[in-house]
Write a protein that binds this ligand. Structure first.
Ligand code: SAM
Length: 180
């Protein structure tokens, strides 16, 4: 199981970026995203629409107690990776990650409280320049999965894309896993 913990979501300001966090998490192989804060129904509806059309499974859960989640995650034997520009390179950390473990990837918003740095198993930098939680998450999932996400087949998709050199080809699956 790979899950993401998204800190610092402000419904009025971060809707688009948290939606992008969820879309990247789903497309690059995570099982779901925990978002800290009050339920944002617009965000949930946007992700639900994507899952209905393009398949799942994939979940988004709003939580009020992120440190409770970290505690539970660790006591169940999972590992926590906090993505931060101050962290160690992912290539150094990857060999220490047991393959079978559950991984929780923590990504921040504006300012991440120091406690996340001490409670995470690994503080990982995707490079040591400031960029974006969306980019950091995408690269982290790509490396952790060793590109397995590229061959992922989503369940119960209503639509799939037939890749083409030019133009847009969208195919209705009619319930088939491989409609072409
Ligand atoms: N000072 C922050 C930091 O610790 O990375 C940058 C804040 S940035 C607006 C929001 C989030 O993007 C961070 O909390 C982190 O999860 C992610 N992020 C930005 N640059 C990153 C990098 N080079 N490596 C890993 N994560 C990064």
């Amino acid at each position: 199981m790979i899950a993401v913990l998204r800190l610092g979501h402000r419904p009025e300001r971060d809707k688009r970026i948290t939606t992008h966090v969820c879309l990247v998490a789903r497309a690059f192989g995570a099982d779901g995203v925990y978002v800290v804060g009050k339920i944002d129904r617009q965000l949930l509806a946007a992700v639900e629409r994507v899952v209905e059309n393009w398949g799942g499974p994939f979940w988004v859960k709003f939580i009020e107690n992120p440190f409770g989640l970290l505690r539970e995650w660790k006591s169940a034997g999972g590992k926590i990776i906090h993505l931060t520009m101050y962290g160690l390179p992912l290539s150094k950390v990857l060999p220490s990650l047991p393959k079978s473990n559950s991984i929780l990837i923590v990504i921040g918003g504006e300012k991440v409280p120091p406690r996340y740095y001490s409670e995470s198993d690994f503080n990982v930098g995707i490079g040591n320049q400031p960029h974006s939680e969306v980019a950091a998450l995408a690269i982290c999932l790509d490396r952790i999965s060793e590109r397995a996400w590229e061959n992922k087949v989503f369940e119960n998709a209503r639509l799939v894309i037939r890749p083409s050199e030019r133009g847009k080809e969208i195919v209705e699956t009619g319930g088939k896993k491989k409609p072409f």
